[in-house]
Design a protein around this ligand. Structure first.
Ligand code: AMP
Length: 448
């Protein structure tokens, strides 16, 4: 091939794909996201929680200090990078650390206590991608900061459970509950664990062998079969809990029972993060347990002080939105298809288009979800398009209609149509769609 011909031939590059472990949220899944957000907002608002959004990245130490160097998240899963001035930053792997940093930074301890906050945000972990495990995923979470009382832990658990119930998936999860006591309780227990595992290291998986020195609690929730068997035989944390921790836990259980919330006592539940104290809980899939936990949380009374604030008790909960959606689909739960169009406006010619543009605006102002075929296609082709968009009605304005000041309204399901006066189109369509189906959401009134 002559050289200049070779140069003209465009290079075929393969199309780009999403980076490993991340995914697009396509319109159909957005309907689920929107529904879940609405449920979360509604239940949180009812309970006096207010929304907070912290930055997507923080100084790396915010996570290192709070989540703990020995946790899987900090040791293996963080997206950490330096900015142009060499400062170490990390994409947030979870929500609590940032919220606590914000509580301290903005002096929220001077607000009426407890401060109740919630968030709905994306998070980032360098996890091994698999079903239900991504490198960017969404969570919603709730935090109650400023007071310690088992009734508050019970409240968080109640709201979490209520939200799962609203989403139609509460029945496929069990609430796993444990107390990991205070950090003093745990110091003695961790020594007992190390003593127990002494001489048994060879039966442990590689991860557990390295956890034994740094974070022996984590050996209890390892998923490897041999480690699980040993964990069952290991000393029980409950035998090392102080009287105060035990009483706290008993009171929490009383409150849960009072509210009709079922739970399973799980003495090996520890959660992966260092900052928990006393109450820890997770919602486990009834069929495959911890592998597909949908969310979890607990009390973190020492964290605010650890992060440089005054000693302040707190508790929280977070759940994964992708896993919620997967479970809703598994349960065949459909959500309102709020994006579905009501009306398609088809037209022919420039004069018709002039009539259509204000009509489309008018329909939309009246809560009718309207799409205009504003290209140059023939009416027939536009009607075929209307069919593809599955609209119930099409408004047609052709040359005759322009001349006569009318419009045709076509019922797409049966194929019948009628001619109405142009100025009556909006009222006619409202009647057909039904007042209750109009999309008249209003954000409330601002004061100007
Ligand atoms: P965690 O704080 O690790 O217990 O996470 C709370 C919830 O977030 C989990 O129960 C999951 O539903 C969700 N989650 C955590 N990590 C991921 C991930 N890599 N991909 C998708 N969802 C996740």
């Amino acid at each position: 091939m002559p050289q200049d011909e070779q140069q003209q031939k465009p290079q075929q590059t393969p199309p780009f794909q999403t980076a490993k472990g991340v995914h697009d949220i396509l319109p159909n899944d957005h309907e689920y996201h929107t529904f879940i957000k609405k449920v979360v907002r509604h239940r949180c608002r009812q309970a006096g929680f207010r929304r907070i959004t912290t930055p997507i990245f923080e100084y790396t130490d915010v996570f290192k200090r709070s989540i703990g160097d020995t946790s899987d998240i900090v040791s293996k899963e963080m997206y950490t990078f330096e900015d142009r001035k060499g400062r170490s930053l990390t994409l947030r792997p979870e929500g609590t650390a940032g919220v606590v940093r914000s509580y301290i930074q903005h002096g929220m301890n001077s607000w009426p206590q407890p401060v109740e906050l919630y968030y709905i945000d994306p998070f980032f972990r360098y996890d091994r991608p698999q079903k239900g495990r991504y490198r960017q995923f969404w969570q919603f979470g709730l935090e109650i900061i400023g007071e310690s009382d088992p009734a508050l832990d019970a409240q968080i658990i109640y709201i979490a459970n209520r939200i799962l119930d609203d989403l139609g998936i509460a029945d496929i999860f069990t609430l796993q509950l444990n107390s990991i006591g205070s950090s003093e309780d745990r110091t003695e227990y961790m020594q007992a664990l190390k003593d127990f595992y002494f001489g048994k290291e060879r039966s442990l998986c590689a991860d557990c062998r390295s956890r034994l020195e740094k974070n022996p609690l984590r050996l209890l929730d390892c998923k490897e079969e041999d480690c699980k068997i040993l964990a069952q035989l290991a000393p029980k944390l409950v035998d090392y809990l102080s009287k105060e921790s035990l009483e706290y836990h008993d009171e929490l259980k009383e409150y849960l029972e009072e509210m009709g919330i079922e739970y399973t006592e799980n003495p090996t539940l520890v959660r992966g993060l260092d900052y928990y104290t006393k109450t820890v809980f997770e919602f486990w899939d009834k069929t495959d347990g911890a592998q597909n936990a949908i969310g979890g949380g607990g009390r973190y009374d020492g964290l605010i002080e650890l992060m440089g604030g005054k000693p302040t008790p707190a508790c929280g909960f977070a759940a994964g939105i992708e896993r919620i959606i997967a479970n809703m689909k598994r349960q065949k739960i459909r959500v309102p298809q709020k994006d579905d169009l009501h009306v398609f406006v088809a037209q022919l010619g420039k004069e018709a288009k002039k009539m259509c543009l204000p009509l489309i605006n008018d329909l939309r102002e009246n809560g009718i979800k309207t799409m205009g075929a504003l290209g140059k296609g023939a009416i027939k082709a536009q009607l075929r398009l209307a069919d593809k968009f599955k609209v119930p009605y099409t408004v047609i304005i052709g040359i005759t209609e322009v001349r006569e000041g009318t419009a045709i309204i076509r019922d797409m399901s049966v194929g019948t149509q009628k001619t109405v006066k142009f100025e009556d189109v909006v009222e006619e369509i409202i009647d057909l769609i039904g007042d209750e189906n109009r999309d008249m959401y209003s954000p409330g009134e601002a004061i100007y």
